[in-house]
Design a protein around this ligand. Structure first.
Ligand code: GH3
Ligand code: MG
Ligand code: MG
Ligand code: MG
Length: 323
């Protein structure tokens, strides 16, 4: 008999919460014939935790509420269509990635084909062989765990690609592409958009005086303070070595100026702890501000104006905000 299995996609964010203890998994067995499910369940429970559900709508609810490693669905049910259940399980976000093993009567080829089209991963024909049931369940559970693992890795890589490793803020590349989107949204909705460019004053002398590690401590602590002073919709990134950018949607120049001034004061007013708190050093920052000046303006122009304003803040004596 040919083994048929379809690949499980990797795009869903849902993560199986079941602790990966040993090889046993959690199985939901959907079957309404006691003579059938009692035998299947007793075979499976040698290796797995098995819940039996005889009502299909309950089964779907059950499957969505719990994190099962495998659904085993009997297609030849007396009171409902097992295929419909499989199809519903495939379309629900919470069950989309749970593998389905169908159990079918020997003469139900058409239904089996339908099942495979719908996304049933594998099947067994009655009478069900004990060892085959265990083997195929094991394979599906292993596959499920492997794709979960792959999905985690993909998510990690995506996160790494858009995050600055030292501070945990977004990196420059992410900011520059997301800024384009934010500027488009602002233009479409006729809302203001503000941008600030921040640069730590005399950072080189912090490195020179306290060491590179202390410099890193300052960068991390600076990122923490930035996070505390912005809203959830604001976008903060590490733009370069000791230079940061904050993008503030729905914020005009006046409000952005107040936010910037508050942040500047909070930096200058509270010395930074370095070397695990053994030393405290005074840090100041300079900030250049700009806003999106017209609909459809290139974001490079907005960044450029913030950079020029920052340059003036430095030139005028540092520890200040310039618009
Ligand atoms: P200014 O007030 O004009 O901004 O002076 P500055 O010393 O801050 O400016 P400058 O651009 O001359 O120096 C920035 C320094 O930041 C130089 C570089 O060695 C340091 N730097 C860049 N990235 C890192 C980092 O990840 N960690 C540490 N510790 N230092 C960094
Ligand atoms: Mg500099
Ligand atoms: Mg600097
Ligand atoms: Mg700099």
């Amino acid at each position: 008999r040919a083994v048929t299995s379809l690949e499980i996609g990797v795009q869903a964010p849902e993560r199986d919460a079941v602790a990966d203890t040993g090889k046993g998994g959690r199985i939901l067995l959907v079957d309404d014939r006691a003579s059938s499910y009692e035998r299947l369940a007793s075979v499976l429970s040698a290796e797995h935790t098995v819940d039996v559900e005889t009502d299909p709508s309950e089964a779907l609810f059950h499957a969505a509420e719990n994190s099962y490693d495998l659904l085993i669905v009997s297609l030849g049910l007396e009171n409902f269509d097992g295929l419909r259940l499989c199809s519903q399980a495939r379309s629900l976000e919470r069950t989309r990635h749970v593998p389905i093993l169908a159990i079918a009567d020997a003469n139900s080829n058409t239904r089996l084909l339908r099942g495979l089209e719908i996304g049933v991963n594998d099947y067994l024909l009655r009478p069900v062989d004990k060892n085959e049931l265990l083997a195929r369940s094991r394979t599906q559970i292993r596959r499920r765990r492997y794709t979960d693992h792959l999905r985690d890795n993909v998510q990690n890589s995506i996160e790494m690609a858009v995050t600055d490793g030292l501070t945990g803020l977004h990196n420059r590349r992410y900011m520059e592409s997301h800024l384009v989107t934010l500027a488009e949204q602002a233009s479409l909705r006729g809302k203001p958009l503000a941008l600030m460019m921040l640069d730590i004053d005399f950072f080189k002398s912090i490195n020179d005086g306290y060491g590179h590690d202390a410099g890193d401590d300052v960068l991390r602590e600076f990122a923490v303070r930035i996070r505390k002073s912005i809203r959830g919709i604001d976008l903060a990134c590490r733009y370069g070595g000791e230079e940061f950018v904050i993008v503030m949607p729905e914020t005009n120049l006046h409000v952005a100026g107040m936010v910037a001034e508050r942040l500047r004061r909070s930096i200058a007013g509270e010395p930074f702890a370095v070397h695990k708190g053994a030393k405290r050093i005074d840090v100041t920052i300079s900030i250049g501000l700009s806003i999106l000046e017209r609909k459809g303006e290139p974001v490079a122009d907005v960044l450029k104006r913030a950079d020029i304003a920052l340059y003036r803040a430095k030139h005028d004596g540092r520890n200040r905000v310039v618009a």
